[in-house]
Ligand binder design. Structure first.
Ligand SMILES: Nc1ncnc2c1ncn2[C@@H]1O[C@H](COP(=O)(O)OP(=O)(O)OP(=O)(O)O)[C@@H](O)[C@H]1O
Length: 206
């Protein structure tokens, strides 16, 4: 999916978080939204996936050469963010079953394949409420990676990951990039994205 922003701006009360953003985000590419804490990276992602209305300017979406109405974008998106919660009462298996009853899986993966890939097969019957922060983050990233989607948003993807999980994340990201989807991530940490990522420094749009 292609996202084009024209004169895009967002403000809270009187403070502009960003403005005059004119960018085309194209399929098969990865974009790293960079900037210090509180600079507006998460806000920009939320405007781009349609959760938050812009204060100024427009965002247009094109899929397979045809314009896609803003209200239809959500069904083509997968998202992993620190502020979206998993369902605490579910076991890992129930969480996956629930998610993939609503969304199609990528790479034709079965739930067993996913559990293996995310190396959480032993935790399949464990309640998410008892997961560690690193395990939760792996589940969020796995849901984003393994969902068939044209647009993938990752906010602070490396949060709470240990060395092994971080390597797993980078491998998953690399594989995702071979699918031709558009990947946008918000990060302050260059090790969280490949060198070929297009950087969007939000501080340029203040
Ligand atoms: N709903 C809201 N109402 C008012 N202000 C908000 C709202 N959401 C975010 N902000 C403010 O917008 C600014 C940008 O926040 P945002 O979370 O987008 O930054 P960020 O770059 O993602 O930060 P971090 O790196 O810490 O995650 C902050 O000053 C924040 O307090």
């Amino acid at each position: 999916m292609t996202i084009i922003t024209e004169g895009l701006g967002k403000r809270f009360n009187r403070e502009w978080i960003f403005r005059n953003l004119d960018i085309a985000f194209i399929p098969g590419a990865i974009y790293a939204i960079t900037g210090p804490n509180g600079s507006g990276k998460s806000t920009l992602l939320q405007v781009l996936w349609g959760q938050m209305p812009p204060s100024k300017g427009v965002v247009t979406y094109t899929r397979a050469g045809a314009p896609l109405p803003g209200e239809d974008v959500y069904s083509h998106v997968s998202i992993a963010t620190p502020y979206m919660d998993l369902i605490e009462e579910f076991t890992l298996e129930e969480q996956l079953q629930f998610h993939f009853s609503l969304k199609k899986a990528r790479y034709d993966l079965t739930l067993a394949d996913m559990l293996e890939r995310m190396y959480l097969a032993d935790a399949r019957n464990k309640v998410i409420g008892n997961f560690s922060s690193g395990m939760r983050q792996r589940v969020k990233l796995a849901l984003a990676f393994y969902t068939q989607a044209d647009l993938v948003f990752l906010d602070e993807p490396g949060t709470n990951l240990d060395h092994r999980a971080f390597t797993w994340y980078l491998d998953g990201l690399r594989q995702l990039l071979t699918t031709g989807c558009t990947v946008l991530l918000a990060s302050n940490e260059p090790s969280e994205y490949p060198a070929e990522a297009h950087k969007v420094d939000i501080m340029r749009y203040k």
